[in-house]
Design a protein around this ligand. Structure first.
Ligand code: PA5
Length: 423
């Protein structure tokens, strides 16, 4: 279960405002749960933690086949079509041991050239994920990788190495899958990309990596029960509300800071979730992230002492899953014996506590979100916690958290420059 600590925020926000705001936030949550309000046709993600056991088994079986027959899996997708899976796989290195590589999330020729070279002599499968089935970046990567598979195996066998995850009916990818006999999984119509981690979009790559997806779903399911209750003790609502109030008081940036490098990509997933959901109509906190203690030697100065328009949210795991002890050294030339016998987990924890105290004294509002440890279930819980909080803050801001009209602007200009027919 996640816990929250935000005492210091009372220096910035009047308590009356928080108490009054909690009832507004509860109403917003209720409208989400009743599938009402802006974007109510895109609330299918609230049902994903109830995915029936047999659907999960189908995904697990497809994953097993991929692992049995290949040396690695290439996952093609961009934005919500890859960030969740990548976040979970990096967060759970103990579980995720089967090699997964990601493609189609940039147009970098160097990256894709190196990727193709790295596949030389390897048996690989391709999982291509695109809800619209028409996004340029994954479409180009898929063309390159499919060509490679066809050259190696011929068209028919190549199709057996491909899995498409896309809309149930529409889009170029669905058409190709149907005409070429490619196995496909459907992304529910009412689930947007950045809310799709608990659908086949995230579950299939996670299952291939080795993550026990049923445990992840169990964590998500408990989170739905825990964080969809109205009332004072709902910490998701409190967090969503504090973000909203601070935004209205002039806070411009929320920095999600973690002391666990394995959560770096989780922060990346959250940046897309918050950025695309809330950043519209001239509103929204700009989502940024840091990985400590690395970034204490990079962005630490700014966080301590720079522009005071920030909220810092620490994402903390109380217990590491593995730990190491600093060894004793008789000579003590490095003067480090005061740490001998102490665990890296404890030292990392003290670094977090010291940083939090320093940043509070530096005058920024700080919220801590703590999970007991990073496990498949707690990652499932965190996905739901942040999805709900972004949905609630977005609705409080008066924006539709489930569309992304701003993303089209670059596409139109790029297509014009590339001479795409019909643009
Ligand atoms: O959250 C979203 O909807 C977007 O980030 C999409 O996931 C991203 O643009 C990729 O779209 P598609 O899955 O249609 O290729």
């Amino acid at each position: 279960m996640i816990s929250i600590e935000a005492e210091n925020v009372k220096r910035f926000v009047d308590t009356g405002k928080i108490e009054k705001g909690m009832s507004e936030a509860s109403d917003v949550l209720l409208s989400l749960m009743n599938r009402e309000g802006a974007g109510s046709n895109m609330l299918g993600w609230l049902n994903l933690p109830d995915t029936p056991e047999d659907e999960l088994d189908t995904i697990i079986n497809a994953a097993k086949k991929i692992k049995d027959e290949n040396d690695c899996l290439v996952v093609i997708g961009i934005g919500g079509s890859y960030l969740g899976a990548r976040a979970a796989i990096e967060a759970l290195p103990e579980e995720g041991s089967f090699p997964i590589v990601f493609a189609g999330n940039s147009l970098s020729p160097g990256y894709h050239d190196r990727l193709l070279s790295s596949l030389d002599g390897k048996r690989f499968a391709v999982c291509v994920i695109s809800k619209s089935g028409t996004t340029t970046e994954p479409a180009i990567a898929f063309r390159l990788l499919r060509k490679r598979l066809i050259e190696q195996l011929g068209k028919e066998e190549a199709s057996k190495k491909i899995i498409a995850i896309t809309d149930a009916e529409n889009g170029a990818l669905k058409k190709m899958a149907d005409s070429e006999g490619i196995l496909s999984f459907a992304i529910p119509r009412d689930v947007g990309g950045r809310f799709s981690i608990l659908s086949p979009v995230g579950l299939l790559p996670c299952a291939v990596a080795g993550i026990p997806i049923k445990e992840m779903i169990d964590g998500a399911s408990s989170a739905i029960k825990q964080y969809t209750r109205g009332g004072e003790d709902n910490i998701m609502l409190r967090y969503a509300l504090l973000r909203y109030i601070l935004h209205n008081q002039g806070t411009a940036v929320e920095v999600l800071s973690t002391f666990h490098p394995e959560l770096d990509l989780f922060c990346g997933w959250w940046k897309q979730l918050a950025g695309e959901s809330e950043g519209k109509d001239g509103k929204g906190l700009f989502p940024a992230s840091t990985v400590m203690t690395t970034d204490l030697h990079s962005l630490g100065q700014f966080l301590q002492d720079g522009s005071r328009n920030l909220l810092e949210t620490f994402l903390v795991a109380e217990r590491p899953r593995r730990d190491l002890t600093v060894p004793e050294d008789k000579e003590n030339l490095d003067n480090l014996n005061y740490l001998a016998g102490r665990s890296l987990g404890e030292i990392n924890r003290k670094a977090y506590e010291g940083t939090k105290a320093a940043h509070i004294s530096g005058g920024i509002p700080v919220i801590s979100l703590q999970t007991p440890s990073i496990t498949p279930a707690s990652i499932g819980e965190l996905f739901i916690f942040f999805e709900l909080s972004v949905a609630v803050t977005g609705r409080l801001l008066g924006v539709n958290p489930f569309n992304q009209p701003g993303v089209e602007e670059y596409k139109t200009r790029m297509f014009k420059l590339l001479g795409k027919p019909g643009i």
